[in-house]
Ligand binder design. Sequence first.
Ligand code: NAD
Length: 412
Amino acid sequence: MSNVFDTALSTLKEAGRIGKIDERVMKILTTPKRIQQVSIPLKMDDGTIEVFQAFRVHYTDALGPCKDGTRFVPDLNLDEVKALAFFMTIKHAVGGIPAGGAKGGVKADPRKLTQNEYEKLCRAFIRALQPKGEWVDIPGADIGTGEQAMAWMLDEYEQISGYHQPAAINDKPPILGGSQGGWDATGTGLFTCLSQAAKEIDLPVQRARVAIQGFGQVGSIAAKLLYQAGAKIVAVSDIDGAVQNEEGINIPALIDHVEKTGTVKDAVDTIDMDKDRIFAVDCEILIPAAVQSVINAGNVMDINAKLIVEGANGPITPDAEKKLLAKKVKIVPDIIANCGSAIVCSFERTQGLTDDYWDLETVNSKMKARILKAYNEAVATAEEYEIDSIRSGAWINALRKIAQAMKFRGWI
Ligand code: NAD
């Protein structure tokens, strides 16, 4: 496969084949609906000019307005943005979110910008792309952006439109109309699916041993909830190293340690281990919550876990997945397991549109119900097609929903 977008299309093709999706729908889904690409000249603090490349891709709006993240990374390219917009289309459909998929971003390294330059770039991004608001295109945060960046983008948007429009930008701080529970949403959603999947294989979470790769926003929240449920987190890794404790790591202490030192390494009551051996640890549950393609031909045979719940996007290569399914390992795929934040972003827009802001308990209970529904639907579809892959079940469901919307719209 030549690039990440080709890989996305091959997944589409396979799910379409198994699910017998209408060829006309498949044809429409092979290209994005709209691509914006702009150059943003920015006067830097030292008076020089830098020109940044920026993109926004709307994949399809069959199910609703295009929605999702804004990535500021130095190696961003259009194929990556197209693939991410496509995956968000599928994720929204899987999660029962009435939205199409979008993604955007700037080819820039925020760590190399001053605060002033970063703010100017966020505002310039909105001016250059002119998103058309909550009924067309709703940018949110992604790698290299966060609450502050989205607050600047919202402010710029509202300065231009002349209206307060909190639903036009997602992932802003609650004081500007952001949702409660946004930061924890993906970890909480992951834990919800994990608990359900564990129940189905008679694996009590409160006695399970768990290994987690990645201890950031997703991995640390999932670890905290598992710890609170009584599970033993026996190993955790990050980009710098890994630690283990067969009796279970004290997760609140590890979170404090990471806040102070920036890494899991040398945490109290743990022993350091080779981070590349994280998936070979003796445990029942694995949570890859770092980067893509980490479970692959090189390590798949070392895995002895019964359940893998994907926090990261695409952490298991297709060949490795086949081997795991043959060994009867249950896999909760990324498009379900990590869609908690996409669901809460949809709630954020709903709250902004109605001017009725929900408490954390309401957000969490609605999100858990939505993610469990997505999980149960995918399992049911996999059973209907007599396949082991919950991922394929989820993709088929998404494609069926998109196909139904396209048919009613008269596109096919
Ligand atoms: P983060 O930046 O907060 O944390 C990432 C963690 O992974 C860090 O602990 C980092 O040290 C570790 N890591 C990075 N590269 C690694 C490597 N090669 N080996 C081991 N550890 C490594 O990121 P996050 O928000 O927790 O996201 C984690 C993954 O989940 C990403 O793939 C992201 O795209 C995906 N995801 C996140 C969300 C969300 O809401 N944050 C939603 C959907 C998907």
